[in-house]
Structures are given as structure tokens and as C-alpha cells.
Design a protein around this ligand. Structure first.
Ligand SMILES: [Zn+2]
Length: 106
């Protein structure tokens, strides 16, 4: 979403003036702002989600790395990273429960 350079209000592409402060919106400014919008999905987040799906506990580490990168680069894939991290913790919990059961059985 493009934002007004004067008041930082959200601008719609069809607006010629900012409705919040009245500043004229030049088409190039809107295009530049749109170009800055992140379209790339964070690759670490994708790897983390794949690891989480196959039961990989490293998904926790990859998820946290992805979240940190997304915070800095404003890439897409934040939800993916959160889901991957959560699944990683679920797998870790399952692994701990199985380990304790196995250990008690001996
Ligand atoms: Zn404005």
C-alpha cells in the first residue's frame, strides 16, 4: 500500500490527492511506493515449513531465523514461519513424550 509522504496516510492508487492532508499525489510516487512493497517470500520460511511437515525439530531454528529475517527485510511468509515454528515445537513435545515413555519402559 502506498503512503502519503507528508502524513503517512494510506493512499489508494486512484487518488490524486491525499484525503488526509490534501497533498497532491504524483503517479510516480505511488508507483515507487508500490515497487517497494515486498513481493518476495522468505526462503528460510519455506524451508522451515517443509521441515515442520516432515516432522523436523530443526523447523524451530529455521522458523526463528525466518521470523528475524522477515522482521528486517519485510518479506512475505511471516505466517508460514510462525506455523513452522509452532509445528516444530509440537514435534519437539511429541519427541519428549515418546522419549519419556520409552525411558520409563526400560
Ligand atoms: Zn497526506
Amino acid at each position: 500500500m502506498a503512503t502519503c509522504a507528508t502524513c503517512s496516510g494510506e493512499l489508494r492508487p486512484e487518488w490524486r490527492f491525499c484525503v488526509f492532508c490534501g497533498t497532491a499525489v504524483t503517479p510516480t510516487a505511488v508507483v515507487e511506493a508500490a515497487a517497494e512493497a515486498p513481493a518476495r517470500v522468505n526462503h528460510i520460511a519455506i524451508i522451515a515449513l517443509i521441515l515442520a511437515c516432515i516432522g523436523g525439530i530443526p523447523a524451530i531454528a529455521f522458523g526463528h531465523i525466518a521470523l528475524r529475517q522477515i522482521k528486517e527485510t519485510h518479506e512475505r511468509g511471516r505466517t508460514m514461519a510462525i506455523v513452522a515454528t509452532a509445528l516444530g515445537y509440537v514435534w519437539l513435545a511429541v519427541a519428549i513424550v515418546l522419549f519419556l515413555r520409552f525411558a520409563n519402559g526400560l
